[in-house]
Design a protein around this ligand. Structure first.
Ligand code: PEP
Ligand code: MN
Length: 319
């Protein structure tokens, strides 16, 4: 059981699309039906959402199935429109969370109507950037929840790396609900079950899944949307816990190896320079300094010295 379940299409596209999707989702008693009306697209000539018409369609589809609705807002005009139409809650997209000017503008408008706001982690950046966005809303007494939508990395086998550690830190530090957006993490319709179950096992509070009545024809994020029937499978599945956690370990191992390969590439070049300068390959003082620096950064983590020793060994071998 997930405490919070939000589902619906990436974008509201047509009356038929949102109503058909909503009707099929009715039986899941969603906390919110989602749908984007203002789609953040940097590249021109892509579908940017139906705007106010999209908000109207979303609201009436929600009313039809007796379910609250949630949409993305990126500036004060969006909130004014959404509020006029009676949208129940908002989420702040990954492109907006890191922008303090937009956040403040949004906060000033939301303060007037006190709706709940779900804050996605920024496209990239540290824990502090996400937490800073949350702080801003909390300082204005706005009810906040968070969404882990993953962060881009060229090393990830997913579209975005799930931020499990940051999510747990947000949950512990702020005592707010935090849910996972497996659709934007995965980037395709596979792996969603794995990501949702991992999120549940890690003690997070729910999921927001992109669901479309006909994913192949979706105008945005077609690859990652699933059918309402697909959602049923995710919500009812309890999964093989060990296999699931192993999939996560595989993901992080993959990432570690990518990073090590980058490190070793630099080592090879240093090796050539040392040869030219007639310097010895091994430098114990430098090795000690690296370990001491890491010990200061991560004082609790006793596993660091032995791992670094074996990395040094490999680095010297390839120099
Ligand atoms: C979305 O939820 O459709 C969306 C645009 O999300 P994000 O801000 O995570 O990219
Ligand atoms: Mn999307």
């Amino acid at each position: 059981m997930y405490k919070i379940v939000i589902a619906g299409p990436c974008s509201v596209e047509t009356k038929k699309q949102i109503f058909t999707t909503a009707e099929k989702l009715k039986k899941y008693n969603l906390d919110f039906l989602r749908g984007g009306a203002y789609k953040p697209r940097t590249k021109p000539n892509n579908f940017e959402g139906l705007g106010v018409e999209g908000l109207r369609l979303l609201k009436s589809a929600g009313d039809k199935i007796n379910t609250k609705v949630i949409t993305e807002v990126s500036n004060k005009e969006h909130i004014k429109e959404a509020n006029n139409i009676g949208i129940d809650a908002y989420w702040i997209g990954a492109r907006t969370t890191a922008n303090p000017f937009l956040l403040q503008e949004i906060i000033n408008e939301i303060k007037k109507n006190k709706k709940t706001v779900f804050i996605k982690n920024p496209l990239c950046g540290s824990y502090d950037l996400w937490a800073g966005g949350i702080d801003r809303f909390l300082n204005s007494n706005i009810q906040v929840k968070a969404i882990n939508r993953g962060m881009f990395s060229p090393f990830s086998i997913f579209r975005n790396i799930p931020l499990w550690e940051q999510s747990i830190k947000i949950k512990n530090n702020y005592k707010i609900d935090i849910i996972t957006d497996p659709s934007h993490i995965s980037g395709n319709s596979k792996n969603l079950l794995n990501i949702c179950l991992s999120s549940k096992l890690l003690g997070l509070d729910g999921v927001m899944v992109e669901v479309h009545n006909n994913p192949a024809e979706a105008r945005t994020d077609a690859k990652q949307q699933i059918t309402p029937e697909g959602l049923a499978e995710i919500l009812s599945h309890s999964g093989d816990v060990i296999t699931l956690l192993r999939d996560n370990i595989d993901l992080f191992d993959n990432w570690i190896i990518h990073l090590l390969k980058q490190r070793f590439e630099v080592c090879k070049t240093i090796g050539k320079q040392k040869k030219q300068l007639k310097q010895k390959i091994e430098n114990k003082t430098r090795e000690k300094a690296i370990i001491n620096n890491l010990k200061t950064l991560f004082p609790e983590d006793k596993f660091i010295p032995p791992i670094m020793e074996s990395i040094f060994k490999e680095s010297k071998k390839i120099q």
